[in-house]
Design a protein around this ligand. Structure first.
Ligand code: ATP
Ligand code: CA
Ligand code: CA
Length: 432
């Protein structure tokens, strides 16, 4: 098997960066977790801590495999957010540290961001642009307040904001957030919906070659799809989308979308689609069977969990310089509770469809509002000007945040119809 040289280099570069990201996260998260609880202060929202890692280590940081610098932003705020989102501290660390096995989704969007899954598929690391990073820092207080007031928000759950600086001086900002899609269920169809039609079409001719295709607004409309929710769930969903969109409008955000993965309970898990798309990282060389085995083993056994917990405790004891609260150390191995079951993630990690009588139906929706860090700034205004010349006004994707939000809200909530409602409409159309 011939391996192209550049490809190996490229992979290797990403491997080191991913490795450093995880080493940094592991260090700063254990560090903050080890501290006694205290209330947040105003300064916590602008806090930034810098660490330097190298092969020898020093009194502040443990030795690492590579030389790099790491910045941790607002650690107290994110610790609090993780607790609000119901994450178990030990579980979070475990997911992002064990054996450094990550898989890369490459760069699925146009933005050039990279996406990495944690080994257990629960978390996503997304590299973000400097502008997005600055913006998240600026809005962190509003975001925090929104989470406080809206525990069921559909907006991406941010668990950490960090920066890694490579030994050759490249700065990479990244966030850790929730993977909307579950580790234990196949997603049969995926949509990314914005309520715009321009450029919102995925060429379905090639769809059989790519079960991981992310379909868009025009595909949805062409297939005459609906969000099949009965009255109760419809009301809850519409109300939350409204509150979330209000925030995004107020903050001047645009370009976000509703990401929707559909699991068809009738099809179940037999297709096992997703694993084929993931690329597993390993320093140099092809993926070994052992690592493949790890990837496919979606729910670790009790024994495996206990082993991981011991590993983690060793890591913490060895590498956390501050004194560890004995109580939390003793608690570690038993705490593997799942995420708090918030409204839209309560049906096996998702939101199950319902009939008009609110009885459960046969799909599970895994959904959320993603890509919420694009501020309507200079570039978008320029784009608006140029594209506005050749396209009808509201169809253009780069429209101001207020109109973007309204269009998004109207489109998404307009899709909600129970199966029975759709059926009646069809009959009426047939009769009339
Ligand atoms: P662009 O700006 O070009 O839209 P981007 O790089 O900002 O792209 P996103 O829009 O955030 O990327 O995400 C791109 C794709 O990655 C989504 O359509 C989805 O398939 C996947 N993705 C992003 N966030 C999540 C998430 N939280 N859970 C699951 N999948 C996600
Ligand atoms: Ca996007
Ligand atoms: Ca984006």
């Amino acid at each position: 098997k011939v391996v192209v040289g550049t490809k190996v280099d490229h992979n290797h570069t990403n491997w080191v960066t991913a490795y450093n990201m995880l080493t940094g996260i592991r260090f700063v998260v254990s560090r903050i977790n080890a501290k006694m609880h205290r209330d947040l202060t105003e300064e916590d929202f602008s806090a930034c801590h810098k660490f330097s890692f190298d092969m020898t280590g020093n009194e502040l940081t443990p030795s690492a495999k590579y030389d790099f610098k790491f910045k941790d932003y607002s650690p107290w705020v994110f610790r609090d957010l993780r607790a609000k989102f119901g994450l178990d501290p030990a579980d979070y660390l475990m997911s992002l540290t064990s054996k450094y096995i990550l898989s890369e989704l490459g760069s699925p969007g146009k933005s050039g961001s990279f996406f990495y899954f944690s080994r257990d598929y629960k978390y996503i690391i997304k590299t973000i642009h400097h502008g997005e990073h600055k913006f998240l820092r600026k809005i962190l207080r509003d975001y925090y307040q929104h989470i406080q007031q809206n525990p069921n928000t559909l907006i991406s759950q941010f668990y950490g904001l960090h920066r890694v600086k490579t030994s050759w001086g490249r700065k990479i900002h990244f966030v850790v957030m929730n993977n909307l899609f579950p580790p234990h269920r196949d997603i049969h169809t995926t949509y990314d919906l914005k309520g715009s039609t321009i450029g919102r079409d995925y060429n379905e001719e090639n769809i059989s070659n790519n079960p991981n295709a992310v379909l868009k607004d025009l595909n949805w409309l062409r297939r005459d799809m609906h969000l099949n929710l009965g009255p109760t769930k419809r009301r809850l969903f519409v109300e939350q989308v409204q509150r979330d969109v209000e925030l995004l409008k107020r903050l001047g955000v645009m370009d976000y979308s509703l990401l929707l993965g559909i699991h068809d309970l009738n099809r179940g898990n037999k297709d096992d689609i997703r694993n084929s798309a993931l690329k597993v990282f390993q320093p140099g060389g092809p993926v070994s069977d052992e690592i493949q085995g790890h990837m496919l083993q979606r729910t670790p056994s009790k024994m495996e969990k206990a082993r991981q917990a011991r590993e983690l405790r060793d890591i913490i004891y060895k590498e956390v310089p501050v004194s560890l609260d004995q109580d939390s150390a003793n608690r570690l191995p038993d705490e593997f509770s799942e995420h708090k079951k918030t409204l839209f993630y309560a049906d096996d990690g998702g939101f199950r469809t319902t009939h008009e009588n609110n009885e459960p139906d046969d799909m599970i929706y895994y959904l959320g509002i993603i890509d919420c860090l694009t501020h309507y700034g200079f570039i978008k205004k320029v784009e608006h000007f140029w594209r506005g010349l050749s396209h009808p006004k509201d169809q253009v994707s780069a429209i101001p945040p207020d109109r973007y939000g309204e269009r998004f809200f109207n489109f998404i909530t307009g899709l909600v119809k129970s199966k029975e409602e759709v059926q009646r409409e069809k009959e009426n159309a047939g009769n009339g």
